[in-house]
Design a protein around this ligand. Structure first.
Ligand code: FES
Length: 106
């Protein structure tokens, strides 16, 4: 299991365990973390799983794919550290990952 911390816009922290091979979005949804409706179910087709990667994690998480970047255009308040959490594959190198949830999705 890989530990991930989601931080809501209001500062509330949710520390969850995610199995390797799943995605950060799935970890949020399975654990009832609010603010990630993930309307398309992880198909990179809705941008409602938008998160900000913690500054110390951007290199480890890496850049979005071209398809993900195209979908991020539909997200609100996109920043250089924006990612779609359904496209973040969980592996042990992400143990301790911190993701912030934007104020609004979509
Ligand atoms: Fe729809 Fe991630 S869940 S793009």
């Amino acid at each position: 299991m890989v530990a991930i911390t989601f931080i809501e816009f209001n500062g509330t922290r949710h520390e969850v365990d995610a199995p390797e091979g799943s995605t950060a979005m799935e970890a949020a949804v399975r654990n009832g973390v609010p603010g990630i409706p993930a309307e398309c179910g992880g198909a990179c087709a809705c941008a409602t799983c938008h998160v900000y990667v913690g500054p110390e994690w951007t290199d480890v998480v890496g850049e979005p794919s071209e398809m993900e970047e195209g979908m991020l255009d539909f997200a609100t308040d996109v920043r250089p550290n924006s990612r779609l959490s359904c496209q973040i594959q969980i592996s042990d190198k992400l143990n301790g990952l911190v993701l912030q949830i934007p104020e609004f999705q979509g």
